[in-house]
Structures are given as C-alpha cells and as structure tokens.
Design a protein around this ligand. Structure first.
Ligand SMILES: *Cc1c(COP(=O)(O)O)cnc(C)c1O
Length: 381
C-alpha cells in the first residue's frame, strides 16, 4: 500500500524504499484504545494514572512521573519547577531538536549554547564548565541519538553550584548510565512520545521528578493552576493562584502508552540489535565515523544511528539512488532567528555541521536491510 507522501522530501513506504522513520504502534493498542473510547474517561483519567505509575516504576526507580501532552510540555514544566525566570542563564546543547530550547524562551531565560563532544555529539562537559557563571540556573542535556551524556561530569559541575540537571531524554528511553535507567538519575528527566520516538502515544510526554514534593505543583500547572484532586473531591470553586497551562495527557494517548510499555523491552532489544549491526558493518569504512558507539559504562537506547561522513551530499545521493532515506534530523539551534540567528564559535559543532547524517533505524527495518545499507555505503560514494 502506498502512503501518500505529505512531505515531498520523503519517499513512499513500499517500492523497496527504506524509510528513515516509521511510527511503531503495537497491535494491542488498537483494542485498548477502542475499549477506552467506550468509557466515561477519554480525557485525563484512570489510564493516565496507570501509565504514570508503570512508567515511574520502570524508568524512574519509583519516582513520580507526570504525564503531559508532549515532550515540549514536560520540558516547559521542568523549567518552571527549576525556578528558571527572565534573565536567568541556562546552559543547553546547541545540537538538538528545537523543542529542547524553545520553552526556555517561554521563560525568557538567557540561553548559553554549549558545544558538542566530537565522538558522541552530546553536550561537552568541558565547555559547560567554561560557560558556568553566577547567573547559571540550570544545565540542560540531551542524550543524542539515545547515548546517555557524561552525567557524572555534568552533575559534579552542577553540584558545585547547587543547580539542577534537566535531562532531555527524548531520545533515550531505555538507556542506562552506570547501570541505572535514564529517568532515575537527575533532578528532572523528560521523555517524548511523539510519533517517531521509541514509544509513541501520537503525541505525549512524561516528566520524572527526583523531588516528589514538586509533584503537586507540577500537577497544578499542568491544569491551568487548578488543584484538580481537590476539585474532584467536590471542591469545584477552588482558587487559582498561579499561572498554569493545559498540558495534560488524555486517556486515549495513555492507552497507547500502556500497550507500548508492555512490549517495550522487545522493541528496545530490536533497536539495539540493529544499532550493533550497523556499528559492526561500518567499522573502519574510509571517510566515515560512527557516532556514540563503544561505551561500556552506559547503554545506548538506539533511537537513531548517526555517522560523520566526508562528502555528505555525495553519500546521501548514493543512498537515495538505492532507495534509502537519510537526513540530518536535527540542526544546530544557534542558526535559528528566534535564538539570535548567529552561529556561535563552537569548534566541534563547526567541524561536523556539514558531515553528520542519520540512517534508518526502527522496528520495520530488518537486519538484511541494515546489511544492504552498509553494503551500499562500503562500496564508496
Ligand atoms: C522529540 C524531542 C523532544 C520533544 O518533542 P515533542 O514533539 O514535544 O514530544 C524534545 N527534545 C528532543 C531532543 C526531541 O528529539
């Protein structure tokens, strides 16, 4: 069946095309969503509670999880809870989805872009150290592609100043660091369930809190600033004393989330297998470097597989001629007008800006297809 292509830069599904991303929705989601649609609660209700519970147990070692409408919502909540206000400096990765940094603008924070680390494209702790000032209020990190950042180094820097680490773990569901799941480590961890992430609810997100006493405030500002629990106990005329948003998850999305959570371990294992296959097959290819492999103290969550390639346009054209999609996916954020529109002097980012490329990795890709992609690349471009 042909998927009509909404984005003309994308290929059709089918025709031997190997597409870069494809949503993964388990079959069990269909019946659970259908069941949910027949109940009184299709908005935020019991399915959201259950999803939060199970998610916090699985990824947060029992921490409180707050389900929201998107990963961006979760990031905004974490920035509010961390007390980030107008003029506060926040150190954040230059290389990430704009979703990481746009909510810092909601808070009118002063963004300090940190450079990438060459082999991982994660935030470079040595540059973070240089950017720290008396006005730094938080450090944001992104586990690029699914490889956890140098959290020991980052938390040492943060602890020295008594400021929190906010993990944008949108890529890293299922990743671990020193044996601990991503989601159980820093003050704030945020996940995204957007369509092409490892676990999807169509759109959705989760904020996991180290300090459970922040949960009440998090739930209030998720819902206009209203104490929804008190309201449901019968107190309908309660006051609103702080500005909140409409950031809640609904039970239809939570039903998808619960189904996906139940089979997540299998999906993660498959993704990691595909990642390892790419790494093995592409090791030592001239003009090519693999991003983020070879670590033993942390487990890669294998959201995407990225290479640094000489003559990227040449490689992309060759892949396309073989019906293989590839793309940059993320762009350095300092080039966007809303962030100032001026490339900072970031030598590591500058060095890879014209070279990084993301290859297809998702549950619809087979080992044979990875082998085919690697054969095409190894034959040169
Ligand atoms: C996907 C993503 C987000 C959140 O995106 P939403 O679409 O709001 O769920 C945030 N940060 C990164 C790095 C992402 O890739």
């Amino acid at each position: 069946m042909k998927n009509s292509v909404r984005d003309m830069s994308l290929m059709d599904v089918g025709d031997d095309n190997i597409v870069l991303f494809h949503p993964h929705v388990p079959e069990s989601a269909v019946s659970l969503v259908q069941q949910t649609l027949t109940t009184r609660w299709i908005g935020q209700g019991p399915k959201v509670d259950e999803f939060e519970q199970k998610f916090g147990a699985r990824f947060g070692e029992g921490r409180t999880a707050i389900a929201v409408g998107s990963g961006t919502d979760a990031l905004h909540l974490s920035y509010i809870l961390a007390g980030i206000e107008a003029g506060d400096e926040v150190i954040t990765p230059v290389f990430t989805c704009a979703a990481t940094n746009i909510p810092l603008l909601y808070q009118k924070a002063e963004i300090k872009f940190a450079d990438v680390q060459p082999g991982t494209l994660n935030i470079d702790p040595s540059h973070v150290k240089q950017l720290i000032s008396d006005r730094t209020k938080a450090i944001v990190c992104v586990h690029y592609g699914g490889l956890p950042c140098d959290l020991n180094e980052l938390s040492a820097i943060a602890a020295e100043r008594g400021i929190p680490i906010i993990e944008d773990a949108a890529h890293a569901l299922g990743g671990t660091y020193n044996g601990k799941p991503v989601g159980s480590i820093s003050e704030f961890s945020m996940f995204s369930f957007q369509a092409i992430k490892q676990l999807t609810t169509g759109d959705g997100g989760m904020l996991v809190l180290k300090d459970g006493s922040l949960a009440e405030k998090a739930r209030r500002i998720r819902w206009f600033g209203i104490d929804r629990v008190a309201k449901q106990m019968g107190n309908w005329d309660n006051d609103i004393t702080e500005i909140g948003y409409k950031y809640q998850m609904n039970d239809i999305a939570a039903a998808m989330g619960l189904s996906a959570l139940a089979e997540f371990d299998g999906v993660l294992a498959l993704r990691q297998k595909l990642f390892r296959r790419y790494s093995e097959q592409l090791q030592g290819t001239p003009g090519l470097q693999i991003v983020g492999d070879g670590y033993t103290d942390r487990e890669h969550a294998a959201w995407i597989f990225t290479v640094i390639a000489e003559d990227r346009p040449g490689l992309q054209a060759k892949l396309r001629a073989h019906h293989i999609e590839s793309n940059q996916v993320h762009y350095r954020n300092d080039r966007y007008t809303v962030f100032g529109g001026r490339r900072n002097n970031l030598p590591n980012m500058d060095a890879i800006e014209e070279k990084y490329l993301v290859l297809p990795l998702h549950p619809r890709i087979s080992i044979e297809q990875v082998d085919k992609i690697c054969d095409v690349i190894r034959s040169g471009w």
